[in-house]
Design a protein around this ligand. Structure first.
Ligand code: HGY
Ligand code: MN
Ligand code: MN
Length: 412
């Protein structure tokens, strides 16, 4: 019976393009930062569509949204799928939102075929997956998985000091439900790969085995503001020079730990940021990743040493803080098998793959058997307004999701 279920790829695509209008940018991407009015607008539209598809909506204290389609036995733990609505400042039309629209399309398709699963099916919208406006990433799925206390999540603040708790209240998504602490039979997340492998290997489906570990740091270097003219070079305490040495050191650490390491200084703020004043204070972030924990730890130690050396050589004060550690993740064998089987049944070329990006599925794997489905994205580009995927691949990934969800939702 389940084998003749197929999603409606045009309806999925139209929903994606409709959502892409919310926060649309000049170059065809989206800027829909967590808990902004645009995030609210997209949340409201998702809830409207989910209700139209017969789902009941619950919202928890971290603003996570759960659209629930009843099953034959609603006492059973649900099968859940979902992703995130928030984007990077120069984000694309697919990162996150594709996984939510794919989940909604699964619900719409089950309705089309009047197909009743044994277990309820839920589509989840996780708050602040990106970690761009509020650090760290994946914080709301982290609270759901018991990794962070609720207070920690609600107190995360953006650069203007606005907290997630206050912003959730402001947009009306400070839900009443407790966060997590309830059984989830299986969780699936469908996502663009955000890298070049599937496209290069000409594969439609990535059967995600797990995700690499990440460590995030915040570094502040303090020297002394002084006049760019009369101050001799040898007496300067130039915080930006110190930071510059670290930026190249972080890049070197990435190259020295190939073939998998990734190392990025993504955010930097220099003050007073005036062309004729020596920078007295610089704040910057470090993002380190590797699939092996031991290597990731070595990279972190090397990054710390580089900061200490640059501070000493430039007579700077140093504040070096690790703000987030998300260990490498291995997904559940049954869920991975369900994804692989779905791709094979549908005759789609697939490839086992490790996720370079973090996802809410990483934290969900701590509280539920979890799997992910990847589809290719053009030139492997993501976190960029030109991010692109094809209608066909979006439909293919969603058809695999449908099979995996139905297989698990009828399992005991
Ligand atoms: O940083 C990440 O891997 C994800 O995009 N939040
Ligand atoms: Mn994402
Ligand atoms: Mn992202």
């Amino acid at each position: 019976m389940a084998t003749n279920l197929r999603i409606n790829a045009d309806r999925l695509w139209d929903s994606l393009m409709e959502m892409a209008k919310i926060g649309a940018t000049e170059k065809g991407g989206v800027c829909r930062l967590a808990l902004t009015d645009l995030d609210k607008q997209a949340r409201d539209l998702f809830c409207q569509w989910a209700k139209e598809a017969g789902c009941t909506i619950t919202i928890d204290k971290m603003g996570n949204i759960f659209a629930r389609r009843p099953g034959k036995d609603n006492s059973l733990a649900p099968v859940m799928t979902g992703s995130h609505i928030d984007s990077q400042p120069t984000g694309g039309k697919f990162d996150g939102i594709y996984g939510i629209m794919a989940g909604l399309e699964v619900v719409r398709t089950l309705n089309d075929f009047n197909y009743e699963t044994q277990r309820p099916v839920e589509v989840a919208v996780w708050t602040n997956e990106e970690g761009s406006r509020f650090a760290p990433a994946m914080v709301a799925s982290g609270v759901f998985a018991g990794v962070f206390p609720l207070e920690y999540g609600l107190s995360r603040a953006d650069l203007d000091g606005k907290t997630m708790g206050a912003e959730l209240q402001r947009i009306g998504y400070d839900g009443p439900e407790e966060v997590g602490g309830r059984p989830v039979f299986a969780f699936f997340e469908t996502h663009i790969e955000q890298g070049p492998i599937l496209e290069a290997e000409k594969k439609t489906i990535g059967v995600v085995q797990g995700a690499q570990g990440q460590r995030w740091f915040e570094v502040t270097m303090v020297g002394q503001e002084a006049h760019a003219g009369p101050t001799p070079m040898k007496v300067r305490k130039d915080a930006l020079v110190g930071a510059a040495h670290v930026v190249t050191a972080i890049n070197r650490i990435g190259h020295e730990n190939q073939p998998f390491a990734c190392a990025t200084v993504g955010m930097i703020q220099s003050s007073p940021n005036s062309r004729n004043t020596i920078p007295g204070k610089v704040f910057f972030t470090i993002d380190l990743r590797h699939p092996e924990d031991a290597v990731l730890s070595r990279m972190a130690a090397a990054a710390k040493a580089a900061c200490e050396e640059a501070a000493a050589n430039n007579r700077l004060e140093l504040d070096f803080k690790e703000i987030w550690y998300s260990p490498p993740v291995k997904f559940d064998a049954d869920c991975v098998a369900a994804v692989k089987a779905g791709a094979e049944e549908l005759g789609m070329p697939s490839l086992p793959i490790i996720s370079g990006a973090g996802h809410d599925a990483c934290y969900m794997s701590r509280v539920a058997p979890t799997g992910m489905i990847f589809i290719p994205c053009e030139d492997g580009i993501s976190h960029n307004e030109i991010e692109n995927a094809t209608r066909g691949d979006c439909g293919a990934g969603c058809d695999v999701l449908l099979r995996a969800v139905v297989e698990r939702a009828n399992a005991f």
